[in-house]
Structure formats: C-alpha cells, structure tokens
Design a protein around this ligand. Structure first.
Ligand code: FCB
Length: 469
C-alpha cells in the first residue's frame, strides 16, 4: 500500500493546519543507510563497524543485524513512491561510507555511487529535495582497525571521503550534513560501548569528540571549495534541554556538566571557535586533555549555514545519588538524570515537547544559527488491525505536540526552517534491533511489505493543510 491509496487518516486523529509555520517551511522524513539499506556485501560495499559490532554476542537485542534491514537497496523505487505519497518536500538520508569508498581509502566505488545516483535522480524527478548526511555511524571497519575516531587520521580520511561523495553527487545535491550526532559516535561508541565499535574508555571518547569535530571542519572546507554553487552545509546534533531537578547548587552543577558534554562541547567550537572553559577544566580533573593542534579550531569553526537538531526528549539532572551522596564510586561528581514522571515512548524516553521549544530558543540565543529539526519521532509497539491499517495514535499525538512546539519556538523568534520526521519507515534501531518501531510506514520484515500507518497519513494531511492555510 502506498500513501496515495487512502485519502484520510480515518478520523482517529484529524489533521489540522499548524498555525505559525510558513508556506515555505521545509517538511521531510529521515532515514540512515545502515538502518534501512541491507545489501551489506553488494556491489563492492565493505564492512562497517556496525557489521562487525552486530556479530558480537549480546551487542544487539536478539542478535539482529542490518544485513537485510528494509532491503531498501533493492526497493528504492517503491520507497521513493511512498515518500512522494507522504507529500514531503525533502528526504534526509545518509550515504554508506563503505559503499562510496570501500575500506575508507582510495577512489570512489562506481557501483556504490550508482545506487545513490538512482536515489537522487528519482527524488529529483518527483520534486523532492535530497538532503544528504555523510556520516550516520557506519565507519569503514579498516579505519576502526587503524584507531577509529580517537585517532587523528580518521578526520583526514573523512574529509577525503566527503570530497569523493561531493564529486559524485554535488551536481544535484545542495544540502549536505557532515555528521549525525557526534555525541553518539563518541560516547556510545567509545565510552559506554553500547554502540559500535563497543569500546569503553572515557579518554578515547573525548579524543573521538575532537576528531569528529575536526573531520567535520575539514570536510566542510573541502565541500565549500569544491562546490560550484552555494551549498547549504550543516551538522546534526542530538540535543535536549538540560535543567536542574531542584534549585540545589549540586543539581545546577549536574545540569551544567550534562549541558557541557552534551551540547556546549560541540556548539562552542563549531560556532565560537573555542571549547568551553568549564568543560576543559572538568576534563583536566579527570586527567583528559583534548588533542587540539594549531589550526584545528579554525577548521572546526568553518561557518555553517544550518544546524540540524535531533530531538527526542529532555532530561532534568540531579547532582546527588539516590543515597544523597554527591560523589560516585569513581570519585566523580554525580550527574544523574531524574524522571519528571511523564508518559514515555517504547524507548522509555519521556515525552516532553516543551523541552523542544525551550531548546530551540536557547540555541537561537546562544548560537544564532538557523535550525532544522533533522529528526523527531517516537517508537511505539503499534500493530496492524484487521482492516490492514495501523492505528498509531500515540505516535500521531507525539508528532503533533512536537510540531506545535516547533511552531511555538518560531513564534517566539527562533529561526527554525524545517521539520523531518524520524523515521520514514520502521528500521534497524541500532542496539535495540528491529523491536523498536519509529516508522510512519510499517515494515513487515518477513515479507518486506510496507503499510503507511495512520500517523503517516496524518503527517501528509498536516503538511498539506499547513502549506495552504
Ligand atoms: C537517533 C539516531 C537515529 C535513530 C533515532 C531513534 O539518535 O540518529 O538513527 O536511531 O535516534
């Protein structure tokens, strides 16, 4: 079934125009390569750190992997038809680095590039703007073997890859995002080890932060130099609005630390060309120095056109453990997320749209960049019903409240230019495997049948009504 085969969202949650969003507001859906493509050893693609990580016993729920995923590599035409049926003007997707440049070095792989050629061309034929993310976590395994993101050379390899990708697609693609969520790459990949490559060392994670930012900056420069026409160049960060749980000074310190390692360690160098002093001091107290060399900060601060914001939830922080102590077993100050007691999604993430409004206003005030919501959405364990529909009103309510939160931020002065729902379709949700469903479109994995959920129909109607209001 495609989005065009039914005409209403069956009245369960009627769509309405969203006041405060202009006619030229950008509407999209988002995916990433490893989560949907499958075809992991097709047409010259080599393994990424996620192919390797999925083979580690216990790393991914159910021992699942992205070998087939949504088989998007072979179902591109059908999927672009579904995207068009949703009435969006933009599709955000990522390029698999080991498809474009197997092994992370050497020339571009024409067979890998051909897939993205077809994708970009079919989007453009339908009037949909391709919004390319260069890196959504699938580092070529060879580069991890050579040290991964904690190693400085990876930043240079990334810049080379960015240039190859731009040479292949830059005649048709104007919107480029360098990295998706470097916090996740660094902290989940190298500190907690719950994401690929599964290393657990805080110092390595901090070195990864700097080299991800350096890779971004070097790539941004290369793209600007190579582009015959102006690009819209950005980076996407996962952000929340960190607040203290109470007015106790220890809670204020915990929120400051969370904001420091979650937001300011990225945005201060990207926008202001320097790392935040309090974060540098906190790192020094932990025996960690960021591996900054001459010229790095100037590269990192290459001007951005747009900041991509991925928003799912916001946390409040306490500086004391449940037993009241303000120092953990590791001797470090406690930084503990505490529940607001709000309803949660299937990920256990609290639903807090007000945090998105507050975040967008804070970003506007402190960093002044135009923003696009490059991901927002919710996992719920929705099920098809007898008539073949998927009545996912929880997801629709989540999307509705967050789109309205964006409109509220705009009305209060934040320069927010677009909203992309995560995700186009159910997909491989990293360490959670296929259990967590974020799609506007249901994927029945055994048959690969796609069904537009009620939230997808609601989204289509909301876009249409808002554009014409
Ligand atoms: C973000 C990721 C995206 C998806 C959503 C749920 O952190 O960028 O790939 O997993 O979370």
């Amino acid at each position: 079934m495609t989005a065009t085969s039914r005409t209403t969202a069956s009245g369960r949650f009627p769509a309405a125009p969203v006041p405060g969003l202009p006619a030229d507001f950008r509407w999209g859906v988002a995916t990433s390569a490893y989560q949907i493509e499958g075809a992991v050893d097709t047409d010259g693609r080599t393994p990424s750190i996620w192919d390797t990580f999925c083979r580690v016993p216990g790393a991914v729920a159910g021992g699942e992997n992205g070998d087939t995923a949504c088989d998007h590599y072979h179902r591109l035409a059908e999927d672009v038809g579904i995207i068009a049926g949703l009435g969006v003007d933009t599709y955000r997707f990522s390029l698999a680095w080991p498809r474009i440049q197997p092994g992370g070095h050497g020339p571009a792989n024409p067979r890998g590039v051909a897939f993205y050629d077809r994708l970009v061309d079919s989007l453009l034929e339908r009037g949909i703007t391709p919004w390319v993310t260069l890196y959504h976590w699938d580092l070529p395994q060879e580069l991890e073997d050579a040290g991964g993101w904690p190693a400085r050379d990876t930043a240079h390899r990334f810049a080379d890859y960015a240039e190859l990708a731009h040479a292949a697609l830059g005649d048709r693609v104007r919107h480029w995002t360098t990295l998706n969520e470097p916090w996740c790459s660094a902290m989940l990949g190298y500190e907690s080890g719950v994401h690929a490559p599964g290393r657990k060392n805080f110092g390595d994670a901090m070195h990864a932060v700097h080299h991800l930012l350096l890779g971004h900056g070097l790539a941004a420069r290369r793209l600007r130099e190579a582009a015959p026409e102006p690009l819209e160049l950005g980076i996407t960060l996962n952000l929340g609005h960190a607040t203290p749980a109470t007015d106790h000074p220890a809670d204020a310190a915990a929120a400051r630390r969370a904001d420091g390692l979650g937001t300011r360690i990225y945005l201060d160098p990207l926008v202001h060309g320097r790392y935040p002093e309090d974060v540098v001091a906190d790192l020094a107290a932990r025996g960690v120095t960021l591996p900054v060399q001459d010229g790095d900060l100037a590269a990192i601060a290459t001007p951005l056109d747009i900041l991509g914001v991925n928003y799912y939830s916001s946390h409040q922080f306490s500086g004391s453990a449940e037993d009241g102590s303000t120092t953990g077993d590791d001797g470090l100050p406690v930084v503990r997320g505490v529940s607001r007691g709000l309803p949660v999604t299937d990920m256990g993430w609290e639903i807090h749209p007000e945090g998105l409004t507050a975040l967008l206003l804070r970003l506007h005030r402190d960093y002044g960049l135009p923003t696009v919501i490059t991901e927002n959405g919710a996992a719920f364990a929705d099920q098809p019903v007898g008539d073949g529909t998927v009545p996912d009103s929880d997801r629709t309510a989540y999307l509705d409240s967050h789109i309205r939160a964006v409109a509220a931020a705009r009305s209060a002065g934040a320069d927010v230019r677009g909203y992309f729902a995560w995700s186009l379709m159910d997909n491989f949700e990293w360490a959670f495997g296929y259990d967590k469903r974020f799609g506007l479109v249901r994927v029945d994995y055994p048959t690969q049948r796609r069904t537009v959920k009620d939230s997808g129909l609601w989204y289509r109607d909301t876009i249409r009504l808002t554009r014409s209001a």
